[in-house]
Structures are given as C-alpha cells and as structure tokens.
Design a protein around this ligand. Structure first.
Ligand code: ATP
Ligand code: MG
Length: 178
C-alpha cells in the first residue's frame, strides 16, 4: 500500500480544503516555522485512528477543528481523507475520519471508500495491511530528542520492544502468574 494523497478539510491550520500528494519516492515538506508541516503528519496520525489528542498535539479533539481568523466563520467539522493504492493491483482505498460538533459535543465518524464504517473495520483493514501507529513507521517531532535524552534503562526497553522481546517477556510474566 502506498499513500497517494491526504486531504485535509478544516483540520488544524488548514481552513477549507487542501490536498497533499505523495509522489513515488521520497516526499519532503518544507516551509517556515508554524506553517503547518507537522500538522500534515498529525493528519496522517489522526486518520489512522488515534484515540489520544496529545499525540496530534491538541489539548482535546475539538481543538483539531480549524480555529477561524477574525471575520471568518467557525467551521463545525473537520475531516482527513487518506487515499491509498495497492501497488500490485492498482486498487485504491480511501479512509476518512471526521469530527462533527453537535450541541457543544464532538462526535467522530469513519468512512471507507465513502461508506460509513466502524473504527474496528478500519483497524482490521490497517492490521491486514501492516499499517500501524504503534509501529516505527511514524517518527514524530520530539521523538529523536526523547531518544537522545532517554536513560539507559529506557533505551534498552525501546530496543527490546523493537526486537519483539517485550512480547516474550509478557508471555513469561503471564506463565509465571498462571
Ligand atoms: P515548525 O517548523 O516549527 O515545526 P510546522 O510547520 O511544523 O512548524 P505546525 O506545528 O504544523 O508548524 O503548525 C503550527 C501552527 O498550526 C500554529 O500556528 C498553530 O496556531 C496552528 N494551529 C494548530 N491548531 C490549529 C487550529 N485548530 N486552527 C488554526 N490553526 C491551528
Ligand atoms: Mg513541525
């Protein structure tokens, strides 16, 4: 699966609609500080179903909806659509997550190929295609700094987790308990 494009609608600093294309090979997004580069990364993390607003650098999920400038109308929803393509078959899949503000409450919806879907459907699809937020496919801003500042024990735990040893440790722990 490759990412063809990501569409942002009223997501963080992207008022109205924007689409970012990922051409084959390496894509670099450059721009001045505060211009929204990391917000594009946040959009990818958001559409893949993160339950934590902190990971997408927001106090609460509602803060992801575009905050209007003076004179602009406040939008009541935001969405991110991820357009994926299977390289072999050329088959395309779109995943969309939206937040809608209703009576002061934020509700979330997911869509797959334009049809309403459950988060569990999206999660199953991502799992089948080995796309995961928990993997090391995403290196977020600050991660490298954290890595440098980590204590020896924390770094060892991280390496063990990358090597898959933590799963074995959990199994050993479980078998000792049972
Ligand atoms: P840097 O080079 O410093 O890493 P960047 O290009 O990665 O900058 P981002 O962190 O993506 O910048 O964008 C930060 C900007 O997004 C800030 O100006 C912030 O006010 C704006 N922003 C975040 N959430 C919203 C929102 N809901 N509505 C409008 N603007 C927002
Ligand atoms: Mg940034």
């Amino acid at each position: 699966m490759i990412i063809e494009s990501v569409e942002l609608e009223n997501f963080k600093s992207f008022g109205s609609r924007s689409r970012v294309f990922f051409k084959p090979g390496l894509t670099v997004i450059s721009g001045p500080n505060g211009s929204g580069k990391s917000n594009i990364g946040d959009a990818l993390v958001f559409v893949l179903g993160t339950r934590s607003s902190k990971i997408v650098r927001a106090e609460k999920m509602g803060d992801l909806i575009y905050r209007p400038k003076e004179g602009e109308r406040a939008p009541r929803h935001c969405s991110v659509t991820l357009n994926l393509r299977e390289e072999g078959t050329g088959e395309t899949v779109s995943i969309k997550r939206e937040l809608v503000e209703e009576d002061g409450e934020i509700k979330g919806n997911y869509y797959m190929n334009g049809k309403k879907a459950r988060l569990s459907d999206i999660e199953a699809f991502l799992l089948r295609n080995k796309i995961s937020l928990d993997s090391y496919s995403f290196v977020l801003q600050g991660d490298i700094n954290n890595l440098i500042k980590m204590s020896g024990t924390e770094r060892r735990r991280l390496i063990e987790s990358i090597a898959g040893l933590d799963v074995i440790d959990m199994d050993i722990e479980r078998s000792r308990r049972d």
